[in-house]
Design a protein around this ligand. Structure first.
Ligand code: ADP
Ligand code: MG
Length: 736
């Protein structure tokens, strides 16, 4: 619709809102809602609201539908307030019956809405509900039993473009039904997408609605072969909730490199009498080889941890890049105020700020102080910043091998686990920043900086707040540079968060909104710290200039049962293991190897075959596969204990040779196939030790290694999802 019409209708929307507030239901009448819908080009049935006893106007074509009008009625059918397929002549009798059944349910019939009956089609529910910090969340589901019982719904965040709307529809398990499965009606999907776009698109109705409108249900929309018509409309007016994300973000101008490579660090809070977190911080970075200057700040001590101290930041003669602040909460602002113009980043690990009600004012004061002092604040209520290249860390014996994986974490404790578990999984970190309350520097701002930083190639996020995730989404959907992003989200199981009048409100739980944000932002969402580490390990180890196509895997390794389980694990992540073409199988069969091999897919060979050429046979086998096909991934799995115990004495380092052969076959073929390795343990100490060595060897030649098929399958999904984002920035990301 044109802007002019949108403005015209916004005046009348305010009137509708005022009227709705006078009703017990707090809703627009159905007729009002439908008029509003049609002013935005959304198809609704022809109809009129009639006073009791009034005749049906000539222009309405039978069959007709009669619906009760009553201030208190919400679910009309439940109270006998809907009658479909009647003639005009039947209206008086229908009205009488309706009056009685409404009275029995405690409602008074005030009038009737008479409208044309829309021919049969699929019943779809489309709804929208405002969520604090997120704006409009939009739901689509298949009406009737599929929504009620199976809750087969998909969510998205407005504004939505057509590609995103189609993406939501495709997420529905019942989508096949819409496509006309088993001889049913083939729904006019483009008409449905168009309707949802008129509601939730950039210029749609939602964008024009004032804050007072909180929930909308179009339940159902009847989608036939040639039309999508909203036959019911519920607009709920409610209290405006405070919108945490309503603040507009201004683009960051901060250069974060001094944070990750600080030359001078001030430490506030270390004690000469009772060593605490700040003392440990100094000990940790000293032990880690931090090469710059550490300046303890303490009003009473001359030296701390063997280093000369200054009394306050006012005594600084040169700026510091990073101040680690572990003072009692109440003293932080004052202490930082003395560092005006002399501190680039201050990380306040102290708690007792905005995370508790009584600390809100303290946090506001802290923000005012750092703004005034020209300091960028990280935290408060966090643990610190880890930067491998900067030899800066908040954990003892931190893994400091510099890498390309940057993590931003809303939880301090978990950021320690991320570092430890991640390093054990083969991740070399660029950085891990624990952002705590993110009162100043936000996850979105750091992410934007990482996207511009060549030293960062893969980004991991641990978030607990949907509104922070929404800010992250906004950065990703408008960013020029795209990098793989993996999200571990905390608090995903919470159910519907509000007492809702609408279906949509009842279904808009966190567990549905996280996947919606992840899908729209092109982020891979994972469930556990192990999965987080697996995904980041694969993404940071593989050469991501490779462009895998499709979602097929070839499995190669020893152990028939293992292969079958591997294929199952892949299948659960949506990756298929289809048989190889006959020509390739024939070529594999012509290789000079002992009998007993299965050359379909999975390619499953006994240890005796792997021993051929002391393991270098792997190069031949993989060469044949990559010469004739181009699966998205080729997963080699080796039972290291069995191979080395059976073959080690006679054939030497077969496992190592196989690993090297994978890289040789990969490099020779130049195919768009990623190589992934699963090294299975038998639990013995010897084997575990060998696996540690082999894993390091494989990683050096850009082959990620996993202990189980489940981990490898999860990582494969992450790699395939993120490859799409990197190589073909989707319309979902750009078409706003
Ligand atoms: P409720 O308040 O109970 O949700 P609805 O207005 O959705 O009432 O009507 C109940 C059902 O009647 C709908 O789910 C739909 O199947 C059918 N219906 C309502 N209006 C029409 C119409 N104009 N054409 C065809 N079917 C309709
Ligand atoms: Mg309805």
């Amino acid at each position: 619709m044109s802007i002019a019409t949108a403005q015209q209708s916004s005046g009348s929307i305010l009137e509708l809102i005022a009227q709705a507030k006078t009703r017990e239901s707090a809703m627009f009448t159905e007729a009002e809602g439908k008029t509003l819908l049609s002013s935005f080009g959304i198809d609704t049935p022809q109809g009129v609201e009639l006073e009791l006893g009034a005749p049906v106007p000539q222009h309405l074509r039978e069959p007709l539908v009669v619906k009760a009008v009553s201030k208190t009625l919400v679910h009309k059918s439940d109270a006998g307030g809907v009658k479909v397929g009647i003639t005009a002549a039947e209206l008086p009798a229908v009205t009488e019956a309706m009056k009685a059944s409404l009275a029995a349910a405690g409602h008074q019939l005030e009038g009737v809405l008479v409208e044309e009956m829309i021919p049969a089609g699929h019943e779809i529910i489309v709804g929208a509900v405002r969520a604090p910090g997120l704006g409009w969340t939009v739901m689509v589901g298949l009406g009737g039993i599929l929504v009620e019982v199976f809750e087969d719904v998909a969510f998205g965040l407005a504004p939505l473009n057509d590609t995103q709307i189609l993406g939501m529809l495709n997420e529905l398990k019942g989508m096949k039904v819409l496509d006309g499965a088993r001889g049913g009606i083939k729904a006019d999907i483009p008409a449905l997408v168009d309707l949802i776009g008129k509601l939730a698109g950039p210029h749609g109705l939602l964008a024009a609605l004032p804050d007072d409108v909180q929930e909308i249900d179009l339940n159902p929309i009847i989608v036939s072969e040639s039309r999508a018509v909203a036959v019911d409309a519920r607009f709920v007016v409610g209290k405006v909730e405070e919108d945490a994300a309503a603040t507009t973000r201004s683009a960051s101008t901060t250069d974060f490199s001094p944070l990750f490579r600080p030359a001078r660090i001030a430490v506030l809070g270390a004690s000469g009498k009772r060593p605490n977190m700040a003392n440990r911080f100094i000990q940790n970075i000293t032990a880690g080889g931090f090469a710059g200057t550490i300046i303890p700040v303490n009003p009473t001590a001359d030296t701390l941890e063997g280093l000369p101290a200054i009394g306050s930041l006012a005594e600084l003669t040169e700026p510091v890049d990073y101040a680690f602040v572990a003072l009692p909460g109440g003293r932080v602002a004052q202490a930082l105020s003395t560092g005006k113009g002399m501190v680039r980043f201050a990380q306040v690990v102290s708690s007792g700020f905005g995370e508790v009600e009584e600390g809100k004012e303290l946090e506001a004061e802290l923000i005012r102080t750092v703004k005034d002092a020209g300091i960028r604040l990280i935290g408060p209520n966090c643990l610190g910043t880890h930067s491998s290249a900067g030899k800066l860390s908040f954990v003892p014996q931190a893994p400091l091998t510099a890498g390309t994986t940057a993590v931003i974490s809303q939880s301090g404790g978990l950021s320690v686990d991320i570092l430890r578990v991640g390093a054990a999984s083969g991740i070399d970190f660029h950085s891990v920043v624990s952002i705590g309350n993110s009162a100043d520097v936000s996850a979105a701002e750091l992410l934007a900086a990482h996207l511009e930083d060549d030293e960062v190639q893969v980004i991991g996020l641990y978030l607990e707040s949907l509104s922070i995730a929404r800010d992250v989404m906004d950065v990703l959907t408008t960013a020029v540079t795209r990098k793989p992003v993996v999200l571990l989200a905390g608090g995903r199981t919470q159910g519907g968060s509000r007492a809702a009048t609408s279906h949509t409100g009842a279904l808009a739980g966190n567990h549905r909104l996280w996947p919606a944000i992840a899908r729209q932002a092109g982020i891979t969402l994972v469930d556990s710290i192990g999965d987080f580490a697996s995904a980041l390990h694969a993404l940071s180890t593989l050469d991501l200039s490779v462009k895998p196509a499709g979602n097929e895997a070839v499995l190669f390794g020893n152990g028939g049962g293992a292969s079958v389980l591997g294929a199952d694990a892949l299948d659960r992540q949506g990756i298929s293991t289809t048989p190889l073409p006959d020509a390739i199988i024939a070529e594999l069969e012509s290789l000079e190897v002992p009998p007993g091999n299965g050359f379909h897919n999975p390619i499953d060979v006994p240890a005796g075959t792997l021993a051929v050429k002391k393991g270098a046979v792997a190069e031949d086998i993989l060469g044949v596969v990559l010469g004739g096909t181009e699966p998205a991934v080729l997963i080699t799995h080796l039972n290291v204990g069995i191979i080395q115990r059976n073959l080690g004495a006679t054939h030497g380092d077969v496992t190592g040779t196989i690993i090297d052969s994978i890289a040789v076959a990969r490099d020779k073929s130049k195919s768009n196939t990623h190589q992934i390795l699963v090294l299975k343990t038998d639990g013995s100490e010897d084997t575990e030790a060998m696996i540690t060595d082999y894993s390091a060897r494989a990683r050096k030649i850009n082959i990620p290694v996993f202990a189980t098929f489940e981990d490898a399958a999860l990582a494969t999904r992450a790699v395939l999802e993120q490859s799409i984002q990197i190589h073909q920035p989707t319309l979902s990301a750009k078409g706003k």
